[in-house]
Design a protein around this ligand. Structure first.
Ligand code: SAH
Length: 247
């Protein structure tokens, strides 16, 4: 069996119990060494064969999975955060399907959730925003035109932008199309790691602040009014309202 595993955002304690259990019996481990905290490898068997996918192509990864499967071995394919978000897991699953190799997916704590925790913020504040957009700016991977930051910004939803901090100037330019320039922005570098950094600003000054800190990767850009100090209460715990569990 091939297990696609979300290793969480960095802090090894954010690995799920299930992920740790599965890692502990897999004979083969392929981990995304550029972002996965290698402390999660401490759960691996002593005799596990460990590969770092940062140095590998899709073909090489699939070949290792195929060989292991033929020998009746289990493979832990460890991704950062949750595999379903910019995990390049789709292409791996396609290749496994072609070869009739069974696989399972174990979800992980995505970095955007660790960023919200670092900020001590709710991403969905009643009356302010009830929608979260997870996106990125165009890089080597082309973006569908209808998903440009320019167009998405018109919703003024809570937006979390992956893989883009090195292009923060362009990001800000596009966001200004929809958000007011005074809208707060947070950049969270290495959320949940020991060297985590949080930079707060607005669309007007965040680029400069991020450059000053020298942040070029492993960071998320979060934008929206959810970052403001807002007094808003939910209906869920409002004494004047009843619901299924509270008459
Ligand atoms: N599947 C991952 C995302 C992989 S794409 C997830 O669910 O989090 C890689 C991008 O994720 C990085 O460029 C960065 O934007 C973001 N990222 C991953 N880990 C991070 C962390 N600990 N702190 C901040 N951003 C992170």
């Amino acid at each position: 069996m091939i297990y696609f595993i979300g290793a969480g955002p960095g802090d090894p304690e954010l690995l799920t119990i299930k992920a740790a259990r599965v890692i502990s019996f897999c004979e083969v481990i392929i981990y995304a060494g550029s972002l996965v905290n290698d402390e999660v490898l401490k759960y691996a068997r002593e005799d596990a064969k460990i590969y770092n996918s940062a140095f590998m192509t899709l073909d090489e990864i699939i070949k290792i999975m195929e060989e292991a499967h033929k020998q009746g071995k289990n493979v832990a394919r460890i991704h950062t955060g949750d595999p379903s978000i910019y995990g390049a897991v789709h292409e791996q699953m396609m290749e496994l399907k072609k070869r009739d190799i069974p696989y399972e997916i174990i979800p992980g704590v995505s970095s955007f959730l660790a960023a919200a925790s670092a900020l001590k913020k709710e991403l969905t504040i009643p009356g302010i925003t009830q929608t979260i957009i997870l996106t990125r700016i165009e890089g080597n991977t082309k973006m569908p035109e209808v998903e440009s930051l320019r167009l998405l910004s018109k919703h003024r939803a809570t937006m979390v932008i992956f893989l883009s901090v090195d292009k923060i100037e362009r990001v800000v330019e596009e966001l200004k199309e929809g958000y007011d320039p005074s809208t707060p922005v947070a950049v969270v570098y290495k959320a949940s790691w020991e060297d985590e950094k949080v930079i707060l600003g607005t669309l007007l000054d965040i680029s400069e602040k991020v450059k000053k800190e020298g942040i070029k990767k492993t960071a998320l850009i979060l934008v929206g009014d959810f970052l403001k100090d807002i007094k808003a209460y939910s209906k869920l715990y409002d004494g004047k309202f009843s619901h299924g569990f509270r008459g």
